[in-house]
Ligand binder design. Structure first.
Ligand SMILES: Nc1ncnc2c1ncn2[C@@H]1O[C@H](COP(=O)(O)OP(=O)(O)O)[C@@H](O)[C@H]1O
Ligand SMILES: O=C(O)[C@@H](CO)OP(=O)(O)O
Length: 383
C-alpha cells in the first residue's frame, strides 16, 4: 500500500520537504508497513527550484540584487536548454534584510538579473516562477535587469520600487538584451489575478508585503502608470495584457513578462507536476496527501493543492488536504476534491504554538490519517 505526499510549504513554519517528513513519520508510526512516496511540489512560488532540482534539474547558484538593493544568493534550476527562475529566491519576502518589509521600495531587479544569467548559460526556454515576492513594481525592475531604461518625468533614471512608478516618464526598450527575442518564456504562475483593480496585485497581495491602505493606493497608481507608459511602446497590447489572468502574479511581474517578454502562461503547479512526473507517481497509490500553510480562496485559483487534487481525481485516487489553517467551508473543500481536510489550527488554536509546533502536530495528523483513511491491512500483510 502506497501513499503519495505532494504538499507545498507551510510558509512561516515548514518547508515542503519538512511537511512531508513529519507526515510520513506519523503515517509510519501507525502503519510501519506503509510505503510513502514523497513528491516535492510547488506552484511557482518558494520551493519551485527545489522541486525542479528533485526532478533532475541542476542547481546553479548566482548572486543578484535583492529586493532592497543588497546582494542575495539565489539559485537557478537548469536542465539542457531549460531554466527555472524563481522570483521568490531573488526578489522574495525571504530575501528582505532582517525580514523588514519595504512594500513601496522593493524591486524585482534581481529576477531580471537572474533571467540574464539563464541566457548567459545558453538557455532558450525560461520559466519564470511567480509567487512569494516582496515587491509590487509590475516587473519594472525585472525589465531594467534585462536592459530596459525607465526614466522619470525629468528624464533621469527612475528610483526602484512600485511607488516610484507614479513618476515614470518613459520606457526605452531599445537596449533590452537581444537574446530576449530569441528566447521562449513561460510564466509559471501561482495565481490568476489581473494586474489592476480590486483583484489586482496591489489590492490583494501588497498587504502581505507590509503595505497599508494608503500604500496600496500609491502602488495601484504606480502600476496604472506603468501600463500607460508601456502603451507608448506596445500600443493597446499593454492594456490588454494587464487584464489577463496572471498579470497580477508576483507584484505584477506576470504583466511585464507577458507584455514585454511575450511569455505564455501556465499554472506553476502544472509545470512542476509535469517535471516531477506527478501523474505517473500518483497512479496506483492508495491515497494522496497535499496541502499548504493556508488553504483559502487563493488556493482555489490554481495553487499547488488544487493541481494535486485534479491530478488525483484524474487517476481516480482519493486525496486529503493538510494545512496550517483553512478559511474554506467544508462544502467548498469537498467541491475542491478533498475527501478530508486536516488543519493544524483545529488541533492547536493558539497560533504561535501552531506555528512553532507544526512538526509534532503534523505527525499526529499523519497517525489519524493512517488510522481513519487507509484500508485495514489484510491479515496476510501483517508480519
Ligand atoms: N503551522 C501553521 N499553523 C497555522 N497556520 C499556518 C501554519 N503555517 C503557515 N500557516 C499559515 O499559512 C500562511 C502562509 O500560507 P501558504 O499557503 O503557506 O503560502 P502562500 O500565501 O504563499 O500561498 C501563514 O501566513 C499562516 O497564516
Ligand atoms: O508574489 C506575490 O505577489 C503573490 C502572488 O503571486 O505570491 P503568493 O501567492 O506567494 O502570496
Amino acid at each position: 500500500m502506497r501513499v503519495v505526499i505532494a504538499s507545498d510549504k507551510f510558509k512561516h513554519s515548514l518547508a515542503s520537504d519538512e511537511v512531508a517528513l513529519h507526515l510520513r513519520k506519523g503515517l509510519q508510526d501507525q502503519r510501519p508497513d506503509l510505503e510513502v512516496d514523497f513528491l516535492p511540489i510547488a506552484d511557482g512560488g518558494e520551493g519551485t527550484v527545489n522541486a525542479a532540482v528533485h526532478a533532475g534539474f541542476s542547481p546553479h547558484p548566482v548572486t543578484v540584487t535583492g529586493p532592497t538593493g543588497q546582494p542575495v544568493e539565489a539559485t537557478l534550476a537548469v536542465r539542457g536548454h531549460e531554466a527555472i527562475v524563481e522570483v521568490a529566491s531573488a526578489s522574495g519576502l525571504g530575501c528582505l534584510p532582517g525580514g523588514i518589509p519595504d512594500p513601496l521600495g522593493a524591486t524585482s531587479l534581481g529576477t531580471g538579473e537572474m533571467i540574464r544569467q539563464a541566457l548567459n548559460l545558453g538557455c532558450t526556454h525560461v520559466y519564470v516562477g511567480a509567487g512569494g515576492s516582496a515587491c509590487t513594481d509590475g516587473g519594472a525592475g525585472l525589465l531594467v535587469g534585462l536592459g530596459a531604461k525607465l526614466l522619470n518625468r525629468r528624464g533621469y533614471p527612475l528610483v526602484p520600487g512600485g511607488a516610484a512608478l507614479a513618476e515614470l516618464g518613459s520606457i526605452d526598450l531599445s537596449e533590452l538584451d537581444w537574446r530576449v527575442g530569441k528566447t521562449r518564456f513561460t510564466l509559471a504562475s501561482d495565481v490568476n489575478n489581473p494586474l489592476l483593480g480590486e483583484r489586482g496585485a496591489a489590492a490583494v497581495f501588497a498587504p502581505q508585503k507590509g503595505a497599508n491602505a494608503n500604500e496600496i493606493k500609491i502602488l495601484e497608481a504606480g502600476l496604472t502608470r506603468l501600463v500607460e507608459a508601456l502603451g507608448y511602446q506596445l500600443g493597446e497590447r499593454a492594456a490588454e495584457v494587464a487584464v489577463r489572468p496572471g498579470a497580477g502574479a508576483a507584484g505584477g511581474i506576470g504583466f511585464a513578462v507577458m507584455a514585454v517578454l511575450n511569455a505564455g502562461i501556465e499554472r506553476g503547479v502544472d509545470v512542476i507536476g509535469r517535471m516531477t512526473g506527478m501523474a505517473g507517481r500518483i497512479a496506483g497509490a492508495t491515497l494522496v496527501l497535499t496541502g499548504e500553510g493556508s488553504l483559502d480562496e487563493q488556493s482555489l485559483s490554481g495553487k499547488a493543492p488544487m493541481g494535486v487534487s485534479e491530478a488525483a481525481a484524474a487517476a481516480g485516487i482519493p486525496v486529503a488536504a493538510v494545512c496550517g489553517r483553512t478559511t474554506l467551508s467544508a462544502r467548498t473543500l469537498t467541491e475542491a476534491g478533498f475527501a478530508r481536510t486536516f488543519a493544524l489550527a483545529d488541533i492547536e488554536p493558539d497560533v504561535g504554538r501552531c506555528m512553532s509546533n507544526a512538526g509534532a502536530l503534523l505527525e499526529g495528523i499523519g497517525r489519524t490519517i493512517a488510522a481513519e483513511m487507509l484500508p485495514v491491512p489484510a491479515t496476510s500483510d501483517v508480519a
